[in-house]
Design a protein around this ligand. Structure first.
Ligand code: AP5
Length: 207
């Protein structure tokens, strides 16, 4: 199974990725997680990326495409891929259109998780992340286990979230029509387990 999960910031891409990995054994490729790992290392890429991410802006396409070209050379992609946060622009989608056939990989579906802007702000302001494991929680909807060390992401401040939403509607939403009949629309406003069940049911009905 090879999937793209798309949707506005905070729609639940990372949360649903965890369930999809458990069910299909796919490997998650999250450009956001790769960039955050570079920031943590303090690499040149990480320093440049942090400046943009903290403003809610996108990292340039050539940087992201180069990064993905390299990531897709690893052997684990053969077990199936879940792209989380990539592609995020039309040029990135075109680059992926070229990369996948080179690797003999066929895309099965694009899971489009739909949520309103108000819900996004509510979710992101309550999000907490375990920086060691990457596990994502919400202080109300999905609280972290007692004693687990969690932090709030630097780009989760309300004004940055609003900018991320504007960038999403302008630059990322147009990629959905690029994928046409591969798109599976999901109502992301429902509780986490209900969203997971809808994704599984819709993916199963396509296979
Ligand atoms: P990235 O890390 O990809 O962030 P994002 O797309 O903004 O998505 P998020 O990680 O914020 O949210 P999510 O959809 O995974 O939601 P989650 O499951 O955590 O990118 C960060 C930045 O990196 C970008 O802004 C950009 O600068 C840069 N970048 C990354 N990729 C790039 C690319 N390809 N090109 C250029 N730049 C790039 O859930 C959110 C919260 O809600 C959690 O607390 C969760 O517990 C809760 N929750 C989830 N589902 C539900 C539910 N159904 N009900 C109630 N609560 C829920």
């Amino acid at each position: 199974m090879n999937l793209i999960v798309v949707g506005p910031p905070g729609c639940g891409k990372g949360t649903q990725a965890e369930a999809l990995i458990r069910k299909y054994g796919v490997v998650q490729i999250s450009t956001g997680n790769i960039l955050r790992a570079e920031i943590k290392k303090g690499s040149e890429l990480g320093v440049k990326a942090k400046e943009l991410i903290d403003k809610g802006q996108l990292v340039p396409d050539d940087v992201i495409i180069g990064m993905m070209r390299e990531r897709l050379q690893q052997d684990d992609v053969k077990q199936g891929i879940l792209f989380d946060g990539f592609p995020r622009t039309i040029p990135q989608a075109h680059a992926l259109d070229e990369l996948l056939p080179e690797l003999g990989i066929e895309l099965d579906a694009v899971v489009n998780i739909q949520v309103s802007d108000e819900e996004v702000v509510k979710r992101i302001s309550g999000r907490r992340v375990n920086i060691e494991t990457g596990a994502t929680y919400h202080i109300v909807y999905n609280p972290p286990p007692e004693g687990e060390q969690v932090i709030q992401r630097d780009d989760d401040k309300e004004e940055t979230v609003r900018e991320r939403l504007t960038v999403y509607r302008k630059q990322t939403e147009p990629i959905i029509s690029h994928y046409q009949d591969k798109v599976v629309d999901i109502d992301g406003q429902q509780p986490i387990e209900t969203v997971t069940a809808e994704i599984f049911a819709k993916l199963e009905s396509r296979s």
